[in-house]
Each structure stands twice: as C-alpha cells, then as structure tokens.
Design a protein around this ligand. Structure first.
Ligand code: DLZ
Length: 198
C-alpha cells in the first residue's frame, strides 16, 4: 500500500523559472543526495540547468542569512548590469558556481529558493536550538522577501533516519524516500503559483 503522507501530486511547468538551492555542509553524505534529488525534479519539471544556482553555507544555522543574501544578490544582479553576482556576494568563487550549477547561469531574481540542511540529534542541546532558530529564520526570510523558501531541513534522531529520508538507506526495509525530490517539486509549484497567489 502506498503511503498516505505527502501532497497529492500536481504537474507544473518550470521552464520559465529560476531556482536557488542553498545547502549546509554539515552531514554532507546526506546533503548530497538530497541536493541531487531536488535538482533532478527541477530539471524533470523543465527548469533549465542554467537557471538553477547551487550555493552552500557551513551549517543549518547559517541557512536563513544565506538564503536572504542569495536572494538580495539576485535582485541586485537583475537591476544593474555589472553588479556583483550572487556568488560573489556569498563569498564563493566563480569556479565553485560553475562546478555546481553549470557554466551559463542566467541572471534575474529567483522564483523560489530551497534551503537544505540535516540536523542529527546529539547529546547536547545544539539540535533543539539550531532546528528552532533555522526554521523560524527561514519562515521570516520567506515572508520578508515575498518569495517561496522551501523548508528542506531534516531534523532526525539518528543516522539511519537521515539515510532513509535521503533515499540511501541500506536497511532490509528498503532505501527509503529522497525528500529532496519533494522539495524540488514544491519549489516549482510555488515558483509558478507565487504570481497567481499575489
Ligand atoms: C554545531 C552544529 C551541530 C552540533 N550540529 C549540526 C548539525 O547536525 N547540522 C548542521 O547543519 N549544523 C550543525 N552544527 C553547525 C551549526 O549549524 C553552525 O554552522 C555552527 O554553529 C556555526 O555557526
């Protein structure tokens, strides 16, 4: 029997969209398949490779400011030719951007940004503080900039839960489901609908 969890599927054409992905680098073995899953669904929905920009920050704590800066930079870039690129403002090299998102990135403000992080509960209170602050921060940034920010933070109790939610579990129950794919679909849907909802 299929799971009752998750949104009823809808198809949306992402061919006119520009999407940002910002991911934390903590727990990178889980982050990488999540980013790949999100990107695969964006491409499947018609988003052009050159319109997908991938950036990183150290941990989930930094995701709200990274999303906010990435969006502001994309606005500046579209308003003034010769302005610094989103990547320059976040401090990464052009080489990093090219490696992650293709060599011919277009410009213009993003229609949606996906924030991806993985918090695995440890023995201290870090998990609770970071999960709470990052989720509240992302909601605040989303409402401040008026652009959908997709909540791609896994908050899990152990490594196995993380692997299962990234679709890379090796357990007898199967490899699990890659939640990054859902985040990619949500970004396309909200990117398309943000103008209809205005
Ligand atoms: C410090 C920390 C800890 C303990 N755990 C995680 C984690 O599971 N996932 C994650 O994305 N980041 C973690 N961090 C790092 C913080 O998010 C942040 O990068 C640092 O505290 C520096 O501000």
């Amino acid at each position: 029997m299929s799971s009752i969890k998750g949104p009823a599927p809808q198809h949306h054409d992402g061919s006119s969209l520009r999407i940002g992905i910002v991911h934390a680098r903590w727990n990178i073995a889980i982050i990488e398949p999540l980013v790949a899953g999100a990107k695969a669904k964006l491409l499947e929905a018609g988003v052009k490779e050159s319109n997908i920009v991938v950036q990183s920050c150290p941990g989930a704590w930094e995701l709200p400011i990274a999303v906010q800066r990435l969006y502001s930079a994309s606005q500046i870039q579209s308003n003034a030719s010769g302005a610094p690129s989103a990547t320059d403002l976040l401090g990464a090299s052009t080489h990093d951007l090219t490696a992650l998102s293709g060599s011919d990135s277009s410009s213009g403000p993003f229609d949606a940004i996906i924030a991806i992080g993985v918090l695995i509960k440890g023995e201290t209170m870090h998990f609770e503080y970071i999960a709470d602050s990052a989720s509240q921060g992302l909601m605040r940034v989303q409402l401040d900039i008026g652009i959908p920010v997709i909540f791609g933070i896994l908050t899990v109790l152990n490594d196995e839960q993380a692997k299962s939610r990234a679709g890379i579990s090796t357990s007898a129950e199967g490899k699990g489901h890659n939640h990054g794919e859902d985040w990619g679909l949500a970004a396309v849907e909200m990117g398309v609908k943000k103008n209809e909802l205005a």
